[in-house]
Design a protein around this ligand. Structure first.
Ligand code: EAX
Length: 324
């Protein structure tokens, strides 16, 4: 009797508290450490959202793949078990094929070029496309230009990649590219990668400096080559399940928070692009800076042809014709 009464009172209190504050804490997942460029972006998201909503909405960060790999998290958005995700485009093309164009090697010239395109109507159209796949595209954030690391030899030319067993993201365009270079691609979710390198299941991987630093890949990889073979954007995505409950004003807060998050992340990518290389050298990695990319570019040409056959050339041509 007494216990029942106490429980009833406790429930009543909880309900009152819930209605009075009407606060909502959202789940945000990403695959890197909380001090990484994604972690910095997650914090900027939370700060901006909390401020704009006067504390009505906050974000709880679940870093380091604690909610699973990027594919799992995107599926979580679709069913509403995850509210927000910062993810590379790695597995995204499996959900939104229009984003595959961004994964083409040697498409973007440098950071300014990539950012300008993603901030133009091209980027906005791609974000809008996410809606066809039960995803809400909030902003283009950034992962960075990807470089190759491996445990076998210095890589300067395509033939040094020949025969390497390389972990790629779960992305058809990336797998095709490494196949053209004579490597043997093993698609794998990011949370499994460190152990796979440590155990020698794969010899190589490729990721931006930011990720190599945040994940301490120097512990399991000796050679880094600054191939910059592909620009890796990050998308900030929301679940349509919670999005559909928001008012227009509230949606605006989330959009502003995503823009602030993308900016904070890009700033950190820029900073680490130079400072990170020094850090990796200090940690004992051999860094090849003078990679001649032309032969790589030439060898992966069939990837462009295969892409155009599968996905058409309209968006690709618009990106190639973009004037900054
Ligand atoms: O988004 O899977 C990858 O290699 C990504 O670059 C990483 O998860 C950060």
């Amino acid at each position: 009797m007494r216990l029942a009464t106490m429980t009833a009172v406790a429930c009543g209190l909880l309900l009152t508290a819930g209605t009075a504050e009407a606060q909502r804490e959202l789940i945000l997942g990403h695959s890197l450490s909380d001090t990484s460029h994604y972690g910095i972006g997650a914090k900027a998201f939370n700060e901006t959202l909390e401020e704009l909503s006067d504390g009505q909405f906050t974000v709880r960060e679940h870093p380091a793949g604690s909610l699973g790999g990027e594919r799992d998290m995107i599926e979580g958005l679709q069913i509403g078990t995850v509210d927000l995700v910062i993810t590379s485009t790695g597995p995204l093309g499996n959900f939104v094929p229009e984003t595959y164009v961004l994964d083409l090697p040697f498409l973007f010239e440098d950071y300014d070029h990539a950012r300008a395109i993603l901030d133009s109507e091209i980027g906005q159209e791609l974000l809008d496309k996410m809606g066809d796949s039960e995803l809400i595209g909030l902003a283009w954030s950034e992962n960075g230009f990807r470089h190759l690391t491996n445990s076998r030899n210095s890589v300067r030319e395509p033939q040094h990649v020949d025969g390497l067993k390389i972990r790629t993201m779960e992305n058809q365009v990336h797998m095709d590219a490494f196949r053209e270079l004579g490597a043997s691609p093993a698609p794998m979710a990011f949370p499994e990668l460190f152990t796979a390198l440590q155990q020698g299941t794969v010899d190589a991987q490729e990721n931006p400096i930011t990720v190599i630093v945040a994940t301490k890949f120097w512990e399991v990889q000796d050679h880094l080559s600054l191939t910059g073979h592909v620009y890796s954007p990050a998308a900030i995505l929301a679940s349509p399940v919670f999005w559909s409950e928001l008012s227009e004003e509230e949606k605006g807060w989330f959009q502003e928070a995503a823009a602030a998050s993308a900016k904070a992340t890009r700033d950190e990518v820029s900073r680490l692009e130079s400072e990170g290389i020094e850090l990796l050298r200090d940690e004992g990695m051999e860094v090849v800076t003078d990679v001649d990319v032309a032969p790589f570019q030439q060898q992966i040409q069939p990837v462009y042809e295969a892409f155009e056959e599968r996905h058409g050339s309209e968006m690709l041509e618009r990106i190639q014709a973009f004037e900054r």
